[in-house]
Design a protein around this ligand. Sequence first.
Ligand code: DI6
Ligand code: FE
Length: 407
Amino acid sequence: MSKTTLWTQGRLATMSDEAGPAGDWGWIEDGAMLSQDGRLLWVGARADLPDDLAGTADQVHDMAGAVVTPGLIDCHTHLVYGGQRAHEFELRLKGASYEEIARAGGGIRSSVAATREASEHQLYAQAAHRALALMTEGVTTLEVKSGYGLSQASEAKMLRVARRLAELGLDVRTTYLGAHALPAEFQGRADDYIDAVCQWMPKLKREGLVDAVDAFCEGIGFTSAQTRRVFETARALGLPVKLHAEQLSDQGGTQLACEFGALSCDHLEHLSEAGIAAMKASGTVAVLLPGAYYFLRETKLPPIAALREAGVPMAVSTDHNPGTSPTLSLLLMLNMACTQFRLTPEEALRGVTVNAARALGLRDRGQLRAGQRADFCLWDIDHPNELSYFFGRNPLRLVVRGGVLRA
Ligand code: DI6
Ligand code: FE
C-alpha cells in the first residue's frame, strides 16, 4: 500500500489551466497538496483542506515556504549521440554558415558517423551524464529524438538508449526522427531514403521504441512532399507527429504538420501568418528553442507576439544537440526565452510545464492540480519569476516524482 502524503507550507505556482486568470501563475500562497499512489489527490489553500481528508495522510512533509512548481519537462532534445562538434563551432565563428558546413558533409552527418561507431554502452554513458545534468535543474520528463543513426539498426540503438535513461529516475518519451538528414549511402536518392524511413517505422514501433514521429522539413533537410509521406506512414500506425519547421526558411511545413494534427511545430523562426492560423486551428503547440537561435546567432525572431495574439500555446525547450544547441540547462532557456524572445517569465514557465506536456501529448502532468502526477519541484526562491531572472544559478531544493522524494 502506498503512503498518502500531505505536503504543507508550499507557495504553489500551480500553472493550472483551470484555475485563476492567466498572469497569476495559478498562485496559491499558503498551499497544501495531498499525494497518493503517485498522483495528486488534492491541491489548494491549506485553510481549505477538509479535516477528514487531511486525516487520511500517513505522513506530513513541511515544505517550509518553498516555491513549488510542476516538475519541469524538456520536450525537444537530441540527447543521444556520439562525439561532439566544437570544431564546427569554431568554423562558424570564422564565418562558415551552418548550412555550408552541412552541405560540405559536416553537421548532422558528422554526428551520424560518431553515433554509428559508438557502442550502445558508450552512448548510454554519455547520454546518462547529460540527462543527469538536466535532472539537477528539476527535469522530471524528457523527450529524446533519434536521427543520428539513419539506418534501422542505428536508429533502434539510439531509441533503446533513450528508453533506458528512464532508469535514472525520470520519464522518457521517444521520438523517431529518421527523416533528420540524408545519410551518405543514399546520396542523390532522398526519395528512396524516405521509403526506408517509412519501412523502418512499423518495426521500431513494434519494438516499443516510438512515441511520436518527427522530421526536419528544410532546404538542407527534406521537402514537404517527403515529410508528408513520413506523416502518412505515422498516421497509418496511429503515431502522433511533430515537426522541425521553418527553422532556417519558410517551407510551409507547419501547415502540412497541422493537417496531420501535429502535437507541436518546433523552432518557427520563419513561420508565416498562414502557419500561425494553421496552428491555431489544429491546437498545435509552438515549441520555442532559444538555445539554437542564440548558438546559430540568428537574427530573425519567431513571431512571438502573433502566436500570443492567436492563442497558440508556447513551449520552451533546450533542443539539446551537438550542432546547434549544446546546452544542458533548461533554466537558462527560461531566461533566454524572456530576454531574446520576449516571453513573460510566466509564459516561459508555462513553456516548460503545462505547454511542454501538451507538446508531448501528455495530459497527466505539467500542472499542480488533483488528478495530475505528483511530479513537482521545490525552489529556494521568493517568487517564480526568479526562475527566469537568474541565469547560471540553480535554486532547486528538491524534486518529488510520483509522490516520492528523488535522491
Ligand atoms: N534542427 C536543429 O537545430 C537540430 N536538428 C534540426 O533539425 C540540429 C542537429 C545538428 O546540427 O546536429
Ligand atoms: Fe531539434
